[in-house]
Design a protein around this ligand. Structure first.
Ligand SMILES: NC(=O)c1ccc[n+]([C@@H]2O[C@H](COP(=O)([O-])OP(=O)(O)OC[C@H]3O[C@@H](n4cnc5c(N)ncnc54)[C@H](OP(=O)(O)O)[C@@H]3O)[C@@H](O)[C@H]2O)c1
Length: 300
């Protein structure tokens, strides 16, 4: 999402391509093989920049897992709002454009970016079938959907969905809150997320955690209310010889579910810090202390 520069219809500049080349080279050198795109990211320029890099490094294609998402139409509604479109003609057209921008013949996976109330899950399943038969997409996943929406879509599909991409970090851990605040006055109201963690595990969907670095919320200078969380993050970063980004990822990986953080940093050093964090194993006490402080309240 951070490649390609500005979110407008301007064309990709040489400097933006250079930035993308540097980010991709660092990520690949660090062992990252899974890349997440969406047709909307920087209005297609992120995919275009990736495609250009791949064209110049074509032997990489088979070694990478390349996924993209579709279903959001940016600024197509009033108030500059996006609208959603998962209709068959729209999705088929978008997939063709995604493949062209990425300079590839097939996607390892396509994710439906958000639910579209005007497309039934039954109709969406027909589109999935067409894309599968065409060979243009190998696997399918969803994003920002509830467990019952995923279940409904799955009921029409021949093959299992493989992943659910959802916002998940120490700063945004509603998925976990819903696991413990069961039947309480103060239960979180995000009913749509209910049991998503359990559902995903039962049905063997990986959880692609987006915004896993909390979009830089815990950067040093900007800490205001969350001082205690920041202090503990900083202490743990020192203890484990990593950065705050490393601890944020280690916190996600400690959860016994198939969690794949989708990092959005384009900072070369931060990419390295993130990949180095795979070895960190926080203690139970450290993990809970972070969660409680970030939530700002006692567990029930
Ligand atoms: N499915 C969806 O609806 C959805 C929504 C949003 C994102 N995504 C996907 O998830 C990916 C990650 O999302 P994200 O970018 O929101 O997640 P993120 O990795 O939590 O945040 C990355 C952003 O935070 C900044 N940042 C992180 N740590 C920082 C620090 N310590 N100090 C300063 N800045 C820091 C990064 O700046 P630097 O580049 O300078 O490090 C970058 O702008 C996206 O690229 C996209 O592929 C999906």
């Amino acid at each position: 999402m951070g490649l390609g520069g500005s979110w407008d219809t301007s064309s990709l500049s040489k400097a933006q391509q250079k930035q993308a080349d540097n980010v991709l080279e660092t990520a690949i050198n660090e062992g990252i093989r899974h890349f997440d795109h969406a047709d909307i990211y920087t209005f297609g320029k992120a995919e275009q920049a990736f495609g250009s890099y791949l064209k110049r490094n074509s032997s990489l294609r088979e070694k990478l897992f390349i996924q993209s998402k579709t279903g959001i139409v940016l600024k197509a509604g009033p108030l500059n709002s996006s609208i959603y479109n998962l209709s068959k003609p729209y999705v088929l057209r978008q997939v063709d454009q995604i493949l062209k921008r990425l300079s590839i013949d097939y996607l390892d996976a396509l994710l439906f970016h958000r639910p579209d109330p005007l497309t039934s899950m039954e109709a969406l399943a027909e589109t999935v079938q067409l894309l599968k038969e065409s060979g243009k997409v190998k696997r399918f996943g969803v994003s920002n959907m509830s467990a019952s929406q995923i279940q409904l879509l799955q009921s029409y599909l021949k093959e299992p969905l493989f992943s659910n991409q959802i916002q998940f970090s120490l700063a945004h851990a509603f998925l976990l809150d819903l696991e413990v605040w069961v039947n309480r006055q103060e239960s979180p109201k995000e009913a749509g997320l209910s049991d998503l963690l359990a559902y995903s595990q039962k049905n063997k969907l990986s959880i692609q955690a987006y915004s896993p670095l909390a979009q830089g919320k815990y950067r040093k200078k900007e800490i205001r209310e969350d001082q205690e969380t920041f202090t503990l993050l900083a202490e743990l970063a020192e203890k484990y010889n990593t950065s705050i980004s490393g601890i944020l990822l280690a916190w996600l990986w400690k959860i016994p579910a198939d969690i794949q953080p989708i990092i959005g940093t384009t900072n070369l050093q931060r990419i390295q810090e993130c990949t180095a964090a795979t070895e960190i194993n926080l203690s139970r006490e450290e993990w809970y202390a972070l969660w409680i402080l970030a939530n700002g309240k006692k567990l029930p």
